[in-house]
Each structure stands twice: as C-alpha cells, then as structure tokens.
Design a protein around this ligand. Structure first.
Ligand code: NAG
Ligand code: NAG
Ligand code: NAG
Length: 415
C-alpha cells in the first residue's frame, strides 16, 4: 500500500520504503475510532504493546486518506518542494537556511522553503537528512519511520539539534511508551495543542482582521429551521454520547440530527468529516453544532469545534479541561460551553431561547467583524516558521530545553 501523497512529494526511495513499511493501511474514514494507527509500532517484527492495538487498524478502504485529508488549498506550496523532488542528498548550506525535519505521516504537509517566513526555513520530510536538520519534529503517534532504524537516539543526537515533541488529531491517551524510551530524553521543546506547549499549535484559532468592521452584516438565523447537529462515528467514548442524549431529550426531536454510525439509522451524507462542500450543504439549516470531543484533555479541541466557525453554526463545546482552554484560541462570546450550565435542561432552555431571539443568536457571530478564522495549515506553517526563527538564534538565546516536557504533554485529562 503506497501513500499517494508521498509518491508525489518525494521521489526518494528510502523515504518511500519507510513510509510503506509503516503504513499498514492507508485509509481515511470518518470515525476517530478507526483512523489507522501507523508508526513505529507497526513495523514488521516488532512486538506491539496492548496500548498500541487501539484504535483498531481498519481494512484498506476504497478512499485513499490523503485525497480527503486536506480541506484547504495547498496548491501554492507544491512549487517549493525542492529537496523532496530533486532527491538531493544535502540540504542547502547551513549558514543561510534553517531546516526542520518532520517525521509524521499525517498533517504538517509543507515541504520545501516555507513561504513568508522572515528567516529562510527549509522543511524536509526526507528521513535520510535527519542528521543535518536543525530541528526535528517527532509526531509521537504517527511517525513516518523508526528513529532507531535511522540511528536517531538521544545519545546520537547531533550537537545543536533540537527535538520537538508533537501530537496531532488525537489526545495523547495512548502514550507511546517505547517512543518515550527511545526519544524522550532527547526532546527539547513541545509543539502541540496542549495549552502549555512551547510552540502552541491549536487546531484552529481566530486572529484579528486587518480591517475590522468591513464585514457585511448578515442574519445568521435566516433559513435555519433546525437546532442541533452532530456528526459522530466513534461510538466508543460514552460520555459525550450521554451528553448529547441528555441534551437532545429536552429539545424537539424533529429539530435534532445526528449523522454517523452511532445509534439509530446510519446516515452519513458526507462520507467523511473533511468533505467540506458536503458539510457546507448539510449544515446549512442548523443553528448549533455539537462540538463534543472524545476525551476532555488540556487544549484538545478538534475540527468539530472548527465546523461551527467554518459553516456558520454556534459551536456547543464539550471538551478541554474547561472553557478557558477555548478562550485561548477564540473569543469567549463566540461559543457555548456545556460546562456553563448547571444541567442539560438549562442548556436546552437556553438554546430554545436563542432559537426564538435572532438578535441574541447573532451575537455569537459578532466575532466575524473583528476576526478571521486561521486554519490548521496556516497554524502549522506559522509554528514551523517559529521553530526556524528560534533555531536561528544563538544556542544560548534559544528557549531552554525542558526535561519535564512530558508531564503537561501527556498527562492532563478529565475523562
Ligand atoms: C495562490 O494563492 C493565492 C491567494 O490565496 C490564489 O489567489 C492563487 O490562485 C493561488 N495560486 C495557485 C496556483 O493556486
Ligand atoms: C462528499 O459528499 C458528497 C455528497 O454531498 C458525495 O457525493 C461525495 O462522494 C463525498 N466525497 C467524499 C470524498 O466522500
Ligand atoms: C504566529 O506565531 C506568532 C508567534 O507565536 C504569533 O504571535 C502569531 O499570532 C501567529 N500567527 C498566526 C496567524 O497564527
């Protein structure tokens, strides 16, 4: 099974081989419960610890992952994949270019010279080049290749190289013990959604508009005759299903819709959760979106929350350690948090009140006159650039390495 994305972006056979070994099933499915778990543990001949057997690796589906994966247009970046497309064995001269090697099957799609970064910042995903990189970003869940295989251990880490721990898409509930043993001591910085990350990398955020107030006013209640929508297919985590059922029990059943595999008749109009054009259509009539996460961990806010901002619904958040996690990335007045209410009945009553009061409902959209949504890819690029800028400083002026990095990184969860 060869990942299309890799074949296009890299002609380097070694990388391809590694990627192939570590991708037992390249598949994209709606549910988090069935996202393929790939990485070091999937290499042939390695014993798998029980934690890594979850979530189950799904059989290869007809839809390749990468095609469905990128909701945002990255066409502007395809011209800059110099290293990966030329198979050059060296990175550009170190004196002029800071480099970041990223070891992650998913996400962080940039390769080549990063556009609009104040320092020259070269990104490669070619595992062979790891020794010459200034910074390595290790996605501890979805590594493209085995660090040991490449000879990357804390004791072989080149002088001056910085290692960054990263985790995306899922809360780090399955802490990769083996990787911790292999890489842990070598980690200097963290780049994750965790609120205390050295390089904060939320899934989305709002950023001030350059020309605030220029946005046309619109009635966001117009044409919406439905209340609550939820797309869910990972039926495992019971807490959030309970939250939904409780809340729905106080709302008119005809105005509540749950798409996906969990309970009731199977309805899945969009095929997957990144099918943007379909989501746009199927969310049009709903006022609120259930942004219920599968676990409540520090800063763990996913595309479910983004759907509200992207498709013009008010997100009802159930996630993070508290509302404060959300307020780090968006204004507090732009969303509702389940924790704000003493019980589900009170929340339901509040939704019904907003349903009958367009002016109050529209207050949740006022952020649009001041802010724009910053998508995941822009955040990724920005974090990469920040890493390059940090690495360009003399060693002594760089952020200090953190020996206690894994405490906040893995540990803080409510459920
Ligand atoms: C590059 O991005 C700009 C601005 O987002 C867009 O107008 C342009 O069409 C893009 N170029 C390509 C080749 O897609
Ligand atoms: C996206 O949704 C549309 C239905 O609106 C469907 O026809 C299409 O196959 C879906 N695309 C994918 C990649 O699932
Ligand atoms: C990029 O990173 C810098 C430094 O952390 C931050 O101040 C800025 O807001 C970020 N911009 C975006 C669009 O994320």
């Amino acid at each position: 099974m060869v990942d299309v994305h890799w074949t296009k972006r890299s002609c380097c056979h070694l990388v391809l081989v590694l990627a192939t070994w570590s991708i037992p099933a390249v598949v994209f499915v709606w549910s988090e419960s069935t996202v393929p778990f790939v990485g070091l543990q999937a290499l042939p001949g390695r014993a798998q610890s029980p934690a890594f057997l979850e979530p189950t690796v799904a059989p290869v589906a007809e839809r390749p992952f990468i095609e469905n994966f990128r909701p945002f247009d990255r066409s502007n970046l395809t011209t800059i994949t110099t290293v990966s497309t030329t198979c050059s064995s060296a990175l550009p001269s170190k004196s002029s270019v800071r480099t970041v090697y990223i070891s992650s099957v998913y996400g962080w799609p940039t390769a080549g010279l990063l556009p609009s970064c104040p320092v020259p910042c070269h990104v490669t995903r070619d595992a062979r080049l790891w020794r010459s990189a200034d910074v390595i970003v290790w996605n501890l869940r979805w590594l493209t290749s085995s660090p040991q295989f490449m000879g990357a251990t804390p004791s072989s880490k080149p002088r001056g190289q910085r290692w960054v721990a990263n985790y995306d898409f899922e809360a780090p509930v399955h802490q990769p013990q083996r990787l911790m043993a292999e890489l842990g001591r070598g980690i200097d910085w963290t780049a994750g959604f965790q609120t205390g990350s050295d390089f904060a990398k939320p899934h989305m955020k709002l950023a001030p508009l350059q020309e605030p107030g220029m946005v046309e006013k619109r009635n966001f209640a117009e044409g919406k005759d439905q209340l609550l929508l939820w797309f869910v297919s990972n039926c495992g985590p019971k807490d959030r299903i309970n939250v939904f059922q409780q809340l729905a029990s106080y709302l008119p059943a005809s105005k509540v819709q749950r798409f996906g595999k969990c309970g009731g008749a199977f309805k899945d109009p969009c095929g997957n959760r990144f099918n943007v054009s379909c989501l746009k259509t199927s969310t049009r009539r709903f006022k609120f979106y259930a942004a219920f996460e599968n676990t409540r961990c520090d800063g763990y806010i996913t595309e479910k929350f983004t759907h509200g901002y992207q498709f013009g619904m008010v997100p009802i958040a159930w996630g993070g350690l508290s509302r404060a996690d959300y307020e780090k990335v968006v204004p507090g007045s732009s969303f509702i948090h389940v924790d704000d209410f003493k019980d589900y009945k009170a929340l339901a009553n509040y939704l019904l009140k907003l349903d009958a009061d367009d002016a109050s409902y529209n207050k949740y959209f006022e952020w649009r006159t001041q802010y724009r949504m910053v998508d995941r890819d822009e955040i990724w690029d920005n974090v990469t650039c920040n890493l390059c800028m940090e690495a360009q400083k003399p060693w002594r002026e760089q952020k200090r390495s953190r020996s206690d990095w894994n405490k906040g990184f893995f540990g803080r969860c409510k459920t």
